[in-house]
Ligand binder design. Structure first.
Ligand SMILES: [Zn+2]
Ligand SMILES: [Zn+2]
Length: 276
């Protein structure tokens, strides 16, 4: 599998000198399986750049895009109207979400339509189909996908993508429990090669009035990483008010607890070779 981060910023896109290292686009990542199936996780503003690179690369395999939504908060869908592939008649997009197919379609039609956007979602060129994520594991090509619900306003999903003995877990919008640890997430994360976690707040910020906002801290990320024995922890969903310098500090602090901690960076690609 090959994973690329296209957006790692939570809540709202940011730009400026302070945000060059980690990037300012909101959440989106692409995952290519060894068979070149293309899975896209969330449609934050980063999806625009992914779309541009797909349109340049005319490999027919990438004309079928599997777009998996963690949830529908605006930072995770706001790039969709600017995703070039959605407007291409050569493309097919399969939408996967925790909601019923009709609800997903309705939400995306609200985002792209009415007084919000000039081209209605239903009139865009790509062939579309809609799938509710089943209660158990499911497959996209050879990639097995396991999931659990997270603690987040209106709900959110964590997804674990596994192929050939390697796995990548996304858990970007979640708030840790008041006491103890999210055991369900620890067990989903068990021995994952890559664990991507919500580092929106520093522990200090979280304590000062951010409880109940649905987000977590690097400290919780390191605790889950340790307990579940993951290979690498990638902190993500960065706070729009955190500069590169601040994020560097956060990673330095996290490495004291869990040395294999990294910051997710826009444009960075991680390649995981299969064991078999
Ligand atoms: Zn978010
Ligand atoms: Zn959210």
């Amino acid at each position: 599998m090959e994973l690329t981060f296209w957006g790692v910023r939570g809540s709202v896109p940011v730009s400026g000198k302070k945000y060059v290292k980690y990037g300012g686009h909101t959440p989106c990542a692409s995952l290519f399986s060894s068979d070149k199936d293309l899975i896209v996780i969330d449609a934050g503003t980063g999806i625009m750049r992914l779309g541009e690179s797909l349109m340049k690369n005319r490999d027919k395999k990438y004309f079928h895009i599997h777009l998996v939504f963690t949830h529908f908060h605006i930072d995770h869908i706001m790039g969709l109207p600017f995703f070039p592939s959605l407007f291409s008649r050569e493309t097919k997009v399969s939408f996967y979400s925790p909601l019923k197919p009709g609800e997903t379609q309705k939400l995306l039609s609200t985002l792209m339509g009415g007084r919000f956007f000039p081209i209605p979602f239903g009139k865009t060129g790509a062939e579309k189909n809609f799938m509710e994520v089943p209660s158990g594991d499911f497959h996209i090509g050879n990639v097995r996908i396991s999931h659990i619900p997270l603690n987040h306003p209106q709900g959110s999903f964590a997804y674990r993508f596994s192929e050939k003995g390697r796995s990548i877990l996304f858990a970007t919008d979640t708030e840790h429990p008041e006491e103890g640890i999210d055991e369900q997430l620890v067990s989903l994360a068990k021995k994952a090669d890559v664990f991507i976690y919500d580092a929106t707040f520093t522990p200090g910020e979280y304590k000062k009035g951010r409880k109940g906002w649905g987000h977590s801290t690097w400290k919780q990320g390191t605790r889950i990483a340790q307990k579940s024995g993951v290979g690498k922890l990638y902190l993500s969903h960065f706070n729009p008010s955190h500069s590169d310098k601040k994020i560097d500090n956060i990673i330095r602090n996290a490495r004291e607890v869990f040395p294999e901690t990294y910051g997710a960076r826009e444009g960075a690609t991680l390649s995981l070779k299969g064991c078999s």
